[in-house]
Design a protein around this ligand. Sequence first.
Ligand SMILES: Nc1ncnc2c1ncn2[C@@H]1O[C@H](COP(=O)(O)OP(=O)(O)OP(=O)(O)O)[C@@H](O)[C@H]1O
Length: 397
Amino acid sequence: MIGDVLPTTPNESPNWHRLRHAIRSTWPNRHGRSSDIATLVGCSGGADSVALIRLLAELWAEESNALAPANEAAAKPVAPLVVAHCNHGLRGEESNADEAFVRQLCEQLQLPLVVHHVAQPSESATTGPPSDERTLRGIRRDFFERTAKQHGCRYVAVAHSADDQAETMLHHFIRGTGPLGLAGIAEVSELNTDIVLRRPLLQVRRGTLRAGLREIGQTWREDASNQHTVYTRNWIRHDVLPLIESRYPNAVEAIHRAGTLQHELNEMMRRLAERWLEAFTDFSDDRWIIRTQRLSQSTNPERGTVDTDTTCDWMFERPVIVAASQLAWDRLGWSRGSMTMQHWQRLSGLINDRSSWHTSSGATPADKADDGIDHGGHFPGGICVSIETEQLVLRSE
Ligand SMILES: Nc1ncnc2c1ncn2[C@@H]1O[C@H](COP(=O)(O)OP(=O)(O)OP(=O)(O)O)[C@@H](O)[C@H]1O
């Protein structure tokens, strides 16, 4: 049973009511019910995730109340709504106070809470606890995945907002990124094959979340380190975006729209890349084999172009080959971390190099990058390319 939440009217709390509407329209609704899929919600104690657990708790409470009186025997009870808090222990007492805050909120809402204390290094350790954002996110992700599995949760919900989306996309943009990075954060993605990660507040502005919380008298925790503009992400949040918005007031929405369109293009590219893999390649143990004979059969030797009777010329376009290579890397569990766009493009050039398709077995492809150096078919992460009879073979060294 979920704790009572104070009812308010739209006049008293217009922002909160807008948020309730937003969550109802984005959260999946099957046969008129949203609360029948067990869900884990990540809550740091910050405004966005406090708003998310309050909103989901209200949704669950409403549906639970609506079901109870009519036909108790037939009514299917609401599924568990579980809160997860990760105490990274990076800010000493502040971190413990965040945990205590989330604990108290969960008690008030009568929601079960699972807390993970990240192991701190021993006194003799020479390095401190991991503190870079990427590592912390990885720790939370593993914790969410584990806990969702333990509690039979099919969904994990986190509270990224439209502002997070715009900040992330701008960050990717200025740091350098490919099509995936330009799409920003996905509203729905897979945490693993059984668990779906949802971000139901991705269309909502951070200001609206805070205004809504103030209207219902709900407090939250402020992380003081979010104010330090020495970190690029905070600098974008506090200096860059406000400056952009002073001239383009709808910039956040516009960036969001661009991300959605890019996401659609990426989906299309993924489907083409899968077809490419299926048509021309095989996987064997830890090797990726590109059947150059099949590639060559798909071209018309007289014209030196793709034979559109048997295939389509999109199959030889660089973005398709790059996307297919990235999928192949994922399938083989090879790290994409050090592969830059230049590396992917160089690989695509090697695959598309018709002169190598008929070279005798055992050769190493001539592989000149923009730097003019022959890299001998070597790629970061110890991946190398060799030519064998009518095939290019990539393997981990
Ligand atoms: N320590 C944590 N424990 C549990 N969930 C977390 C934690 N940190 C972040 N999350 C989840 O991941 C989402 C995005 O992380 P981010 O670092 O942007 O959050 P945040 O800055 O702490 O903001 P907020 O809690 O206000 O959403 C959060 O909204 C929350 O749902």
